[in-house]
Design a protein around this ligand. Structure first.
Ligand SMILES: [Zn+2]
Length: 127
């Protein structure tokens, strides 16, 4: 009986976890990743492999096949620009933030702060 209960509990836990992850992936993931890239590119120029490591440090485990199209679309939107540098005989693309990227980051920060205050993350969501 107890085993059954635990199995049932862990089943529902997995189901809930699955739906939460699905929601986060579909709705929030992309925006968070874009913000993260813009933020770091505003500090120092970033390159793909470094960005992948940084994102995975924060729990976003994405593949180069996901990251590079995001970098390209941010560049296409004029938020990032890239230059190439020869690093140990290999050409590496560095991305840095543009002026319009900076103002986009500033605008996003306001929305993010607003959301954090509203959702109440600062006090454990018990606002
Ligand atoms: Zn970071």
């Amino acid at each position: 009986m107890t085993i059954f209960y635990f199995l049932l509990l862990s089943y529902f836990d997995n189901v809930i976890h699955y739906y939460v992850m699905d929601f986060i992936k579909k709705r929030l993931f992309l925006g968070f990743i874009c913000l993260h890239i813009l933020y770091h590119a505003s500090k120092d120029p970033v390159y793909g492999v470094w960005m992948l490591k940084e994102l995975s440090r924060h729990g976003y485990h994405i593949s180069p096949g996901t990251l590079y199209p995001i970098l390209h679309s941010l560049e296409k939107e004029g938020l990032l620009s890239h230059y190439q540098k020869n690093v140990n005989g290999k050409i590496r693309k560095y991305y840095s933030i543009t002026e319009s990227g900076k103002s986009e980051l500033l605008r996003s920060r306001k929305y993010l702060k607003e959301l954090v205050d509203e959702v109440g993350l600062r006090n454990g969501g018990n606002k």
